[in-house]
Design a protein around this ligand. Structure first.
Ligand code: HEC
Length: 197
């Protein structure tokens, strides 16, 4: 009799905790879209920048001022590395930053990387774009409306891009559509059987 009661209480406990878990899951907010800045994405953006396999700091500098060790040589070639800590024109948006590191700019076409860092995921590039963009001082009061309108228009473009794809290709050819490399056995010099002695 007593045992039966204990068992019943135990199963009630399971039911209650199950309901609680479901309730918490239902109430927790949707994760923010990848192109939106959140405190977490800004934090991660700073880490990605500092640890990128592309060595962003080599050009853009550890103090984000465009004075990395490679910047001087680039300047001599006529390619100025921007300082993220400088004020930006009111028309500039985080989307420009995202594009600059996704397909590069007209000026970075000659760089071996093309400044197209697509082995970072879209999420990581957004995190870096927002983080680096946040380093510039805010626009002057008189330009605030212009800046707001620019960001609104740019974000509309972004929403459209992500409505149809999880990845914003921007002219990038997906792996499945790239030319395939030749089969190993078709390559000249391929010799599967060891030479007989
Ligand atoms: C080889 C040097 C080099 C490296 C490495 C490099 N950049 Fe750049 N980056 C440049 C130059 C030069 C420009 C300016 C291009 C222009 O003026 O059109 C630029 C522009 C940018 C811009 C646009 C800034 C603006 O004011 O419009 C962003 C954002 C950016 N880089 C992010 C990165 C990130 C993130 C990395 C690492 C993943 C990186 N860069 C690595 C040289 C570099």
């Amino acid at each position: 009799m007593f045992r039966g009661k204990a068992k019943e209480m135990q199963s009630n406990k399971f039911i209650i905790s199950g309901i609680l878990i479901l309730a918490i899951a239902a109430c927790s907010p949707e994760p923010a879209p990848i192109h939106e800045a959140t405190p977490e994405s800004l934090y991660k953006g700073s880490i990605y920048y500092a640890s990128s396999e592309y060595n962003c700091k080599n050009c853009h500098g550890t103090a984000w001022d465009g004075n990395g060790p490679e910047a001087k040589a680039l300047k001599e070639q006529g390619l100025e590395v921007p300082a993220f800590t400088d004020a930006t024109a009111p028309e500039v948006t985080p989307v420009d930053y995202f594009k600059a590191m996704t397909v590069g700019t007209d000026k970075t076409k000659e760089l071996p990387s093309g400044h197209a860092y697509q082995s970072h995921t879209d999420r990581a590039r957004w995190a870096m774009a927002h983080y680096l963009y946040s380093l510039a001082p805010p626009v002057a009061e008189k330009d605030a409306a212009k800046r707001k309108a620019a960001i609104h228009a740019a974000m509309e473009e972004v929403k459209k891009a992500y409505a149809t794809s999880r990845r914003w290709n921007m002219g990038y050819t997906p792996i499945s559509e790239r030319p395939q490399s030749p089969k190993l056995e078709d390559m000249s010099g391929y010799n599967p059987a060891p030479a007989e002695e």
